[in-house]
Design a protein around this ligand. Structure first.
Ligand SMILES: Nc1ncnc2c1ncn2[C@@H]1O[C@H](COP(=O)(O)OP(=O)(O)OP(=O)(O)O)[C@@H](O)[C@H]1O
Ligand SMILES: [Mg+2]
Length: 291
């Protein structure tokens, strides 16, 4: 979830609970502020790359967590990233999303947007959505309200509590609900969903903002086998319309979704290729798969 969304959600959740104490309905008949879909600006992918990292390094107290990392992703690609604990996978996502500044290197979104010049909220606004491992949905809001909230990212307009969805937004919400398998749970409080459903809801919240690139850190950790299988279906469906970078340790999940797999180790790319290729790579077996 993006920082501005977290803030708005906390504000809205508390406003809702204050409001319900007054015995009014959420629609309230009030003049509506307008939630606009945050449309990502144009990303220039004419060079065939939506994300491009070159020679990126970052140290924490002298320890090189990312070490001359170079990697790129094509538009619409579903890239899997694997590697041992501490390899720098999450730190790489921190760098792409502006949470961590690298000491050196180049990070581009498309061929013209230098991500190192932008803040974390600006990067989210540009169309890079991030899913952390732990689900961060608003438990006291319904599935519908969580998705509706995700539309409220228009920086120019002071967020207001009540707004009506226009027909395009309503259609999008219905489409997202269907995509994330929660159409039957639209009025349920998010807090009552299973772990897997919460993960899907958070992915749905990201999709409401129509991200160009989605970064997903261990999305199936803690899911049942059935939820994992449905998540694989979901990612395969998203591929093409969005570019995805998926970090996972679950190899059967990776097998079910992967095209190109990148193996990170000690902060840089150790190997890259099909899952079969990297699984047969001696260096990969030694540092990761052979454990
Ligand atoms: N903010 C930070 N301050 C200090 N050290 C950090 C920070 N962020 C990451 N590290 C260190 O950088 C290294 C890489 O961590 P990172 O979380 O990126 O690994 P990972 O590949 O995501 O591992 P895992 O598979 O366990 O999630 C680790 O040694 C970690 O302790
Ligand atoms: Mg990690």
């Amino acid at each position: 979830m993006t920082p501005d969304l977290l803030e708005e959600g906390a504000r809205r959740a508390s406003a809702y609970s204050r409001h319900s104490k007054l015995g009014k309905t959420a629609s309230g008949g009030r003049a509506a502020g307008f939630g606009r879909l945050a449309t990502a600006g144009e990303v220039d992918v004419t060079h065939g790359r939506i994300l491009y990292l070159e020679d990126v390094s970052v140290s924490f107290d002298g320890f090189k967590a990312i070490n001359k990392l170079s990697l790129d992703i094509a538009p619409g690609e579903l890239r899997c990233v694997i590697g041992p604990n501490g390899a720098g996978k999450t730190t790489m996502m921190d760098i792409i999303t502006g949470k961590t500044r690298p000491d050196e290197g180049t990070v581009f979104f498309g061929s013209t947007i230098d991500l190192l010049r932008y803040s974390e909220p600006q990067i989210a606004q540009m169309g890079i959505g991030r899913k952390f491992q732990k689900p961060t949905v608003f438990e006291q809001l319904t599935v519908f309200e969580n998705l509706e909230l995700a539309l409220k990212t228009d920086k120019g307009v002071k967020p207001s509590m009540f707004f009506r969805l226009d027909s395009g937004q309503s259609d999008r919400l219905a489409e997202v609900l269907h995509t994330i398998h929660l159409a039957d749970a639209v009025t349920r409080m998010a807090g009552t969903l299973s772990h897997g459903q919460k993960q899907w809801l958070e992915i749905g919240m990201l999709l409401m903002q129509d991200p160009k690139l989605l970064l997903l850190d261990e999305p199936v950790a803690g899911m049942t086998d059935e939820e994992t299988a449905r998540t694989a279906e979901l990612f395969l469906k998203l591929k093409g319309q969005h570019s995805l970078m998926v970090v996972e340790h679950d190899m059967s999940f990776i097998k079910s979704i992967s095209e190109i797999v990148t193996v990170l180790s000690e902060g840089s790319v150790l190997a890259q290729g099909t899952l079969e290729q990297v699984q047969n790579d001696e260096r990969v077996i030694e540092v990761y798969l052979g454990r």
